[in-house]
Design a protein around this ligand. Structure first.
Ligand code: F6R
Length: 238
């Protein structure tokens, strides 16, 4: 696991954008794995800026997102579908983009089709990840056993609390989600984990303790051969 500590959030976002841009240059038909949440917003803004400046091109690239609430309408202000369209997909020129479908009638079928789609695309080349306060990756919450493939998961109180800040319009907060499992995530050839803010320092400390804490899902990433963690000073604990 390679670690890059940046002075601040903007630098973290720029360094991450450098890695994504390099990947797209080396392989224009790249398959990107993408995350939502507050962490990658700076990366997405920087990629949109570079696209407008003619510095990066997504014309042959495709993407698969990690997760989506379930059930949720795509038009819902808090759907990850909407987040991705507003923050990235409407601003750059991907050949194809996909998220787990929060409107699917049959979640099991949707999950199987999603994994088949990733496989048919040749697997993910570069997977962008954030980390939850409890160490979750995607919506893989701390558990006794971790799913390999994409699946329907019930969210924990900790994650519901952390995300309740987004559901302020009186709308019901979904208590389940569709998420890629660790098998799908590990099929990525390389992984970029972004972490910022002092609130994440305690989980970062556990991640880098040199042990696989089985109650910290992100610790499983220590076993992947090609992970780069980019964090700001605050998350790194100074
Ligand atoms: C979102 C996702 C989540 C977030 C995590 C951190 O697609 O997969 O695991 O990465 O909850 O969220 P933020 O970035 O809001 O702290």
């Amino acid at each position: 696991m390679k670690k890059i500590v940046c002075d601040n959030y903007n630098e973290m976002s720029r360094v991450a954008a450098d890695i994504v841009a390099r990947q797209l240059k080396e392989k224009p038909g790249t398959v990107l794995g993408l995350a939502t949440g507050s962490t990658p917003l700076g990366l997405y803004a920087e990629l949109a800026r570079r696209y407008n400046a003619g510095e990066v091109d997504f014309a042959r690239a495709q993407s698969f997102n990690l997760d989506e609430y379930y059930p949720i309408k795509r038009s819902h202000p808090q759907s990850y579908y909407r987040y991705m369209h507003e923050n990235l997909f409407s601003k750059v020129n991907f050949a194809a983009t996909r998220l787990p479908n929060g409107e699917a009638d049959d979640p099991a079928n949707e999950c199987a089709a999603y994994d088949a789609g990733i496989e048919a695309a040749g697997g993910i080349d570069l997977q962008v990840l954030g980390i939850g306060m409890n160490g979750h990756i995607g919506f893989n919450e701390p558990a006794e056993a971790y799913s390999m493939s994409t699946y329907l998961v019930e969210l924990t109180e900790s994650t519901l609390d952390a995300n309740s800040r987004f559901f302020t319009g009186g709308e019901a907060q979904p208590t389940s989600a569709l998420t890629m499992g660790f098998g799908s995530i590990f099929s990525a050839k390389s992984i970029l984990l972004l972490i910022n803010g002092a609130g994440k320092a305690p989980i970062v400390k556990r991640l880098f303790e040199g042990k696989i804490h089985t109650d910290v899902p992100a610790c499983l990433l220590l076993l992947h051969p090609n992970v780069t963690v980019i964090l700001d000073k605050e998350a790194a604990g100074g």
